[in-house]
Write a protein that binds this ligand. Structure first.
Ligand code: MG
Length: 234
């Protein structure tokens, strides 16, 4: 059984479909959240989350969870909803999800489920993944200014490598920081702090793209009041 096509829950509609094509609009949005690029001058580095900020991969995560949770009779076999996915699952590290989704399972069983889910996600993404509108233009803008750049993600390495490769960004990022390889994944600030250290830049001169509550919390712990925008507020 295939899940219904994914669309953001209605309360997110005002934040539009993720797009990078109108960067100036995004800067206006940033001003609306009390942050601006001018406050980061001189801008030295850009950090990107991957899922949902380089590509709209959420539908594939939702699809994989939708099908696989039914197979293990999660919630009595009742399919999860988009609202449940966005509230309980979106942006969270798999170790954290084991406790959220399967509090009665032992960790080995739960993480095996997560690994199988990631394999299904990669099969879906490999067939269907598309970059966000405007990504190529934004990356060119960043390269033209010789800004430092890193990817900072909670995704496991095979996912991160697949998505970056499919988006032709393997040579774009100087480094890819994985939550798995930090002492604590997002929502803790460790991945962003590791990225800042690796690029040898200050958060005062770095801009970060995030889309999940977990990631925004992590970034918020690493930044002061400026330095990032999100595509979606949940
Ligand atoms: Mg994300």
């Amino acid at each position: 059984m295939r899940p219904p096509s994914f669309s953001p829950p209605s309360h997110q509609a005002r934040h539009l479909k993720p797009s990078l094509c109108d960067f100036s609009f995004r800067l206006c949005l940033a001003h609306g959240f009390g942050c601006s690029l001018s406050s980061l001058a001189p801008l030295e580095a850009i950090l990107f989350d991957i899922d949902g900020t380089l590509c709209d991969s959420d539908p594939f995560h939702y699809h994989a969870f939708y099908e696989m949770l039914q197979e293990v009779s999660f919630n009595g076999g009742v399919p999860i909803t988009e609202e449940f996915f966005m509230e309980k699952i979106h942006g969270k590290h798999n170790d954290q999800l084991c406790g959220i989704l399967f509090p009665d399972w032992d960790f080995e069983r739960a993480i095996k489920f997560m690994n199988n889910k990631e394999a299904m996600f990669r099969r879906l993404a490999a067939e269907n993944l598309q970059p966000l509108n405007g990504l190529k233009k934004l990356c060119q803008w960043i390269e033209d200014r010789s800004l430092k750049r890193a990817a900072v993600t909670n995704a496991p390495r095979p996912n991160a490598e697949l998505l970056i490769s499919m988006l032709s960004l393997a040579d774009f990022f100087e480094i890819v920081i994985l939550g798995n390889e930090c002492e604590r994944a997002k929502p803790f600030p460790d991945p962003y702090l590791k990225g800042l250290r690796a690029l040898e830049v200050s958060p005062k001169h770095t801009f970060a793209f995030e889309d999940s509550v977990s990631g925004i919390k992590a970034r918020g712990c690493s930044w002061d009041s400026s330095g990032g925008i999100s595509y979606k507020e949940h």
